[in-house]
Ligand binder design. Structure first.
Ligand code: NAI
Length: 631
């Protein structure tokens, strides 16, 4: 047990005092007048009762309350003190004056919870400057278990260690911020991102669209504008100004000023960017079709800032991510997300925004550290690559990634390539492969059978043999107990379009073109005419008969494609899906697949393939292929 003084009984001081008392320390809570202290004690009681109801306290609220004493002056404290934590108003003059007194009066470590005043500015002129350190708690300290520890130039190693140890005694995770920079780590990164979304909103992007991307694609606990309402728009505006006065360089946002002028400063007054029925209700943010907004456009500036922090040795990769996870409640760290979306893409997006990527990001790009997709970015990820005939198999993170890889032949499949599908699927038969993505290299997803190869057949046997390999590949897709996801970005023709019917989820870029083109060469689409009809009904028949190409929206209209995303978003949604699949129960997924596959494995396929084999021996088929090859 330590004797702790907390000075300032406002929002933060009360919270810090509560956490100290909960964790068995004796607390002296100081403020300038008794009224404030009384109110603060009421708040602490309320908060303890609430934590008690949730079963989060080891001791009873009464016992904890007994270890908090209030005082209006530190002069009344006679006990030995182990640590002082200052949480008074964010005014440099007030803090400096206070620390002068503290320095004279106590020989303990003296910590400040300042969010923006340099530690050295407070410590510089004091005798005990080596005992002064920043301990930046997050609001509310009772719920967010994170402290940034910020040593100043004069702070001793012993002080750092004591501050870390004390934080741990509070059950807090710590981030050691090795240099005192404006905003420290978590807020510095946040503010870059906030700056971007505020600018987007000022340029006319709907705030609910932005927040929908935040909640449903980046999977953040709150939308950004919802968060601003929660923090208080006035508070945010002040923080931005204070950091700007230290050269941080964020825009002066009209949209914030307007809200403040109209008194709509957030949740605490019932309205900010959103309206709140009662205080501390959640904003209603409907899930929207938000593929028009690139999530990387929102977070890349934060990733860039984090890269600067890491390159300058201020905090580690792990600390940056812990900060976002614990401090901001992110489900995945920002740098984990960077690895997921791809370091190459982060670099591209920054350049498109006229922002110079940090040299660390450029170096990663040069070294080919792209992230999850090749096993190494900010972190190392499970990764293995095997080149098969006509396709590549990659084992990435929690999934397998199969790429049709005959771009020079528009990813058409010869007999070996059809076989490779089966081989790749069996390679993916590992317990921790949760889903399998299929994509195509170059301009096509997959354009089905290699017509050149088919044209070389001499007899019915060759045709039968080929189609038995095709059937094998189709059946292994239909049998797979992994979730199969197609990422169509370009042409999906013939067998490539047919395959889509065997996937569980089909995502297509808006520029893709899909066609059951078999009929154009005198053949038939065996899956579309069987399973296709079962699944999609008569809607599909028209396309199977005429072989007309569909654009992505048309394909979505008949249910062949599930989600259409703008060009350039395929890789984004790929990562988002692999993230969302991470927490799904493996056994439940398997069971779903087992049931679904019963429908996919119907005998009708055999019937239609036999029909196809018959057709393939006819002169008209040969003629169709010849014409196709001449084109
Ligand atoms: P607040 O305004 O709620 O509380 C400040 C308290 O300090 C008031 O009760 C005031 O009466 C008292 N006070 C002022 N001068 C004093 C003195 N000389 N001696 C004793 N008490 C004095 O402010 P809040 O939000 O709690 O912020 C406190 C500090 O924590 C600031 O440095 C702020 O930057 C920092 N901080 C705030 C966060 C937040 O979300 N509110 C988060 C992290 C840090």
């Amino acid at each position: 047990m330590k004797n702790v003084i907390v000075i300032g009984a406002g929002t933060m001081g009360a919270g810090i005092a509560t956490v100290c008392a909960i964790n068995g320390h004796k607390v002296f809570l100081i403020d300038i007048n008794q009224d404030i202290l009384n109110k603060s004690i009421e708040r602490i009681k309320w908060s303890l009762e609430s934590l008690h109801r949730k079963g989060r306290l080891k001791l009873s609220p009464d016992i904890i309350m007994n270890s908090i004493k209030t005082e209006t002056s530190i002069e009344n404290i006679q006990e030995h003190i182990d640590i002082v934590i200052e949480a008074v108003v964010e005014k440099s003059s007030v803090k400096k004056e206070l620390f002068k007194i503290l320095d004279e009066r106590f020989d303990s470590i003296l910590a400040t919870n300042t969010s923006s005043i340099p530690i050295d500015e407070i410590a510089r002129d004091l005798k005990g400057r080596k005992r002064i350190i920043g301990m930046h708690f997050f609001n509310p300290p009772t719920l967010i278990n994170l402290v940034e520890i910020i040593p100043g130039e004069y702070t001793s190693t012993e002080t750092i260690e004591k501050a870390m140890e004390f934080s741990r005694s509070l059950g807090m995770e710590t981030i050691l911020v090795k240099r005192d920079i404006p905003g420290f780590v978590v807020n510095r990164i946040n503010l870059r991102i906030f700056d971007t979304v505020l600018t987007m909103a000022e340029n006319g992007v709907d705030i609910e669209d932005i927040d929908s991307v935040a909640r449903y694609r980046l999977m953040l606990p709150m939308g950004f504008f919802e968060l601003f309402d929660f923090i208080g728009i006035d508070v945010l505006y002040n923080v931005i100004n204070e950091l700007n006065s230290r050269g941080f360089g964020i825009g002066d946002h009209r949209i914030l000023r307007e809200k403040i002028e109209r008194g709509k400063i957030g949740m605490k007054v019932g309205e900010g960017f959103y309206r709140y029925g009662k205080s501390y209700a959640r904003a209603v943010i409907r899930k929207r079709d938000v593929y028009g907004i690139d999530p990387l456009r929102i977070i890349s500036v934060g990733i860039n800032e984090a890269s600067w922090i890491i390159r300058n040795g201020i905090a580690s990769v792990e600390d940056v991510d812990r900060g976002q996870r614990i401090g901001m409640g992110y489900a995945a760290g920002l740098l984990e997300m960077a690895d997921g979306y791809g370091i190459d893409n982060v670099n591209l997006i920054l350049k498109s925004m006229n922002i110079k990527p940090d040299p660390l990001l450029e170096k990663m790009l040069d070294e080919g550290r792209f992230g999850i997709k090749n096993g190494y970015g900010f972190y190392r990820w499970p990764y293995r690559k095997v080149d098969l005939q006509g396709l590549t198999y990659e084992r990435r993170w929690n999934h397998a990634f199969i790429t049709f890889n005959r771009p020079e032949r528009m990813n058409s499949l010869d007999l070996k390539a059809w076989d490779s599908i089966k081989i790749a699927l069996s390679m993916a038969d590992e317990d921790d492969v949760r889903c399998i993505f299929f994509s195509g290299k170059g301009r096509a997803f997959c354009t089905g059978d290699d017509i050149k190869e088919m044209y070389s057949w001499k007899n019915r046997e060759e045709s039968m043999s080929f189609f038995s390999h095709v059937e094998d590949a189709f059946r292994s897709l239909a049998k797979s107990d992994k979730i199969l996801i197609a990422l169509v970005d370009g042409y999906a023709y013939g067998g490539g379009a047919e395959m889509l019917l065997l996937f569980d989820y089909v995502i297509s870029s808006s520029a893709s073109e899909i066609s059951f083109s078999e009929v154009k060469i005198g053949a038939i689409p065996p899956v579309a005419t069987t399973l296709g009809i079962d699944m999609l009904g008569r809607k599909i028949l028209r396309y199977a008969i005429f072989g007309d190409p569909m654009n992505a929206e048309e394909a979505r209209g008949i249910g062949l494609v599930d989600t259409v995303v703008p060009e350039g978003q395929i890789e984004r949604i790929y990562y988002e899906i692999s993230r969302s699949i991470e927490d799904l129960d493996k056994n439940a997924l398997k069971s779903i697949k087992k049931i679904v596959n019963v429908k996919k494995l119907s005998d009708d396929l055999r019937y239609s393939l036999n029909e196809l084999i018959d057709l393939s021996t006819r002169e008209s088929f040969k003629e169709g292929m010849r014409k196709f090859l001449e084109r």
